[in-house]
Design a protein around this ligand. Structure first.
Ligand SMILES: [Zn+2]
Length: 762
């Protein structure tokens, strides 16, 4: 039996949305036919009126991916059509059923499909004649993906978000597929997010990992901090101390607390790098990496990632090679020595293992490419940055410049992004269109690998963010609006979709238009990622926004027409309502004339002494903290910090003050400065401590002056509530920090500090 039908794409969605998708794609594609002019495409029957018209055929010696793919197809086709297709090993009986070949059957091997030219994640769907459909992956992963592609493309299945509720399987009595071949492969080879898969929390029961796999998240190149494992301190510390760096004039051999380097021994992993000019270090690294590949023949890459937190060798040879420059992040440029070493080690390993690759982190001291040096073709540098910050045009310009500088220095690039979501931000941090824009830019400039610190929350309150991102990593030219419309319509149905769409649009506008205007964003400067520890972004949020969000989600619930649609709409509404107290706790309180002072908790006029205030700076910083009896705001006497010798690191006066949950407070201080660096900041910040004085990761509160005027007294003030939510239950003390930062010159005075309990006005 053959069924011929001239409407394409009908498998995707219900009526109204399909028409609008046609209208969009036809309007955009100049060479496309209008719907009325569609040529007739032959359709192959798979299920007709609930009866199977096809069978799934796997090779006699089927791989795991070929077997699993066929089983998954049978399972989901049955969920959709109620007809279960047989899975048969070849040779399949010749009984008139269409054979859907899952993998390299003898029949498929006889065809010239040329999949070897595709990326191993790629695949082909071919229609050699009316009785055969071929689903063939270019590699094992491609074989897995071709089953997902079949289900998405023809059956209309969507894995919207993790878990049973997030799965969309449309019910259909008939399933026919257009006999048009498909040949596809990912544009970004490495597509990985942290917080999913291996790192998933046990309470998610592997659902997040399964979701990510079906949306084609894929790990390919190792690049994380790794040199501490390559040159183990306990192995070489005694025999080859010269492999370890000279820091502040002394040889530094890291001493792991346990005597042995383990993942827990942070001391052995951070604050040092090997001495890259040490004789014999290249050979030893080559030997160790070749050993690794001999023991792990499946591994395709090895990480050259530097250890965390700097610690580059200051010996004469290293200093001479690196040339005494400062890099774009304002720190010592250690790129030349490091990348020269990387090239030598790559060539050494590739002499034995020619196809192995080496990922690394282009950040911190090795952020910039080495002048005049091109990286070996097997090396993939991952450039680190939170590219949502590219919402600011000047930051984007610098980011483009850094990318293009690297493009000249390396044959292929990786990007390391910080897209931190639900575990770190109360508000859904979505910026779909910005993501698409920067991925398209990156692809154009030879970025082929992408990694992001994502850490999604269990309530998946960022909705389609990771879904859309994975689709864009497969093909950055996908139409974002179409992807979103499809996601919303599948999730809550066409009638409720506009409300869910408006909800996420509100957040997208918030993050890309409003948050860049906040002091929180501006204070972040050139830093790699935004300060998720502070709810300062909520300065741009209004209570009307929150009311509107809840209203939109309620409307989505009301407009949903099936149980599944309602369950998904409710899932997002419940998630939002559960976060309400966190929004309440994080939103800034407005200070106004009607604010009433209930009690003054601490008032420091600094007329006679420092009034119990302490101070803090990093151990390498050498700034001076004093009590200045001669200068003052109203009366003489103030705290003074002289930033000379600080190396532009944070300099803080500190004081601990007891607080009570649910109460509201105002902290204020007067500041004055002289001769600070142009991008210096002076701030009043509140962090939190528990009963025993331990720091708590609850969002800090702050007020800051970005470019304080020299010589004039100016007031910093912030009103806030000590939250009552679970996250706040341990809070006993507010830790007040009067901080001067990003300057290595000049002085700042602080005076007339007040900490009051308040009742805000209307
Ligand atoms: Zn050295």
């Amino acid at each position: 039996m053959r069924i011929v039908n001239c409407v394409r794409g009908g498998a995707l969605l219900g009526g109204a949305v399909v028409l609008s998708l046609f209208a969009t794609s036809c309007a955009k594609g100049p060479g496309m036919n209008l719907p009325g002019m569609l040529r007739q495409v032959e359709r192959i029957p798979v299920v007709f009126q609930g009866t199977a018209q096809a069978r799934l055929v796997i090779p006699a010696d089927a791989s795991k991916q070929e077997q699993d793919g066929a089983a998954l197809l049978a399972e989901y086709i049955a969920k959709s059509t109620a007809a279960r297709l047989d899975v048969a090993k070849e040779p399949a009986p010749e009984d008139g059923l269409v054979a859907i070949h899952c993998g390299a059957t003898a029949y498929v091997k006889g065809l010239n499909l040329d999949v070897a030219k595709l990326d191993p994640n790629g695949y082909v769907i071919a229609f050699p004649d009316a009785h055969h459909v071929v689903l063939l992956g270019a590699g094992d992963t491609g074989q897995e993906y071709v089953a997902y592609e079949f289900l998405e493309r023809y059956v209309g299945v969507r894995w919207l978000f993790p878990g049973a509720v997030g799965e969309y399987v449309p019910a259909r009595p008939d399933l026919t597929i257009p006999a048009e071949s498909v040949r596809d492969e990912p544009r970004f080879q490495h597509r990985l997010f942290s917080g999913l898969g291996k790192e998933e929390k046990p309470e998610h029961k592997g659902e997040q990992g399964q979701w990510a796999k079906r949306n084609r998240m894929h790990d390919r190149v190792k690049f994380h901090h790794n040199l501490w494992q390559l040159i183990l301190p306990e192995q070489y510390g005694k025999t080859h101390p010269e492999f370890f760096p000279i820091l502040k004039g002394q040889r530094h051999v890291p001493q792991p607390a346990s005597g042995k380097t383990t993942a827990q021994d942070v001391n052995a992993q951070c604050h040092w790098q090997p001495c890259f000019t040490a004789p014999g270090l290249v050979d030893e690294a080559v030997r160790n990496i070749c050993d690794y590949f001999a023991k792990n023949p499946q591994a395709t890459s090895y990480s050259f990632g530097v250890n965390d937190s700097g610690g580059h060798c200051e010996c004469e040879a290293c200093t001479a090679v690196d040339g005494g420059r400062t890099n774009a992040l304002g720190i010592r440029d250690a790129s030349t020595g490091y990348y020269t070493w990387c090239n030598a080690v790559a060539r050494g390993v590739n002499a034995t293992y020619p196809d192995k690759r080496f990922g690394l982190l282009a950040y911190s001291g090795v952020y910039n490419p080495p002048p005049g040096l091109r990286l070996d073709e097997h090396i993939v540098p991952f450039n680190t940055y939170d590219r949502m910050k590219w919402a600011n045009a000047e930051i984007q310009r610098k980011g483009h410049a850094a990318t293009e500088e690297w493009e000249k220095a390396a044959p292929v690039l990786g990007w390391y992004d910080y897209i931190y979501g639900g575990q770190f931000y109360v508000a859904p941090r979505v910026y779909f269109h910005k993501m698409a824009e920067y991925l398209r830019y990156g692809y154009k400039h030879n970025v082929r690998h992408y990694y992001a610190e994502a850490y999604p929350s269990g309530d998946w309150h960022e909705g389609p963010k990771l879904y859309v991102l994975l689709k864009l990593l497969w093909d950055p030219n996908r139409d974002v609006d179409q992807l979103l419309q499809d996601w919303y319509a599948c999730a809550v149905g066409p009638a409720a979709a506009p409300y869910l769409a408006e909800y996420f649009q509100l957040w997208e506008e918030f993050w890309t238009q409003r948050s860049p205007q906040t002091a929180w964003f501006r204070r972040n400067g050139d830093q790699q990622y935004l300060d998720f520890g502070s709810p300062g972004y909520m300065e741009a949020l209004t209570r009307d926004d929150l009311r509107r969000c809840e209203e939109l989600l309620n409307r989505a619930v009301a407009a949903a027409t099936t149980d599944a649609e309602r369950a998904r709409a409710r899932y997002f509404l419940d998630g939002f309502v559960a976060r309400k107290s966190e929004f309440e706790d994080g939103m800034p309180l407005r200070d106004s004339a009607s604010t009433k002072v209930v009690a003054t908790v601490v008032a420091s006029a600094f007329d006679k002494d420092t009034d119990g205030w302490g101070n803090w700076q990093r151990d390498y910083a050498k700034a001076t903290f004093t009590f200045d009896a001669m200068t003052g705001h109203v009366a003489s006497g103030a705290l003074k910090v002289d930033a000379t010798g600080s190396q532009a690191s944070p300099l803080c006066f500190t004081r601990q003050i007891p607080v009570t949950q649910g109460k509201m407070y105002r902290a204020a201080v007067w500041i004055r400065n002289e001769n600070l660096a142009s991008d210096a900041t002076v701030s009043l910040t509140i962090k939190w401590k528990d009963e025993k004085g331990g720091w708590l990761g609850v969002g800090e509160r702050s007020a800051s002056a970005d470019a304080p005027k020299p010589g004039e007294w100016q007031k910093l003030s912030v009103c806030f509530k000590v939250g009552t939510g679970e996250r706040w239950s341990q809070v006993r003390y507010a830790m007040l920090l009067l901080t001067t930062d990003r300057t290595d010159q000049g002085s700042v005075w602080f005076d007339d500090f007040q900490f009051e309990e308040i009742e805000p006005g209307p």
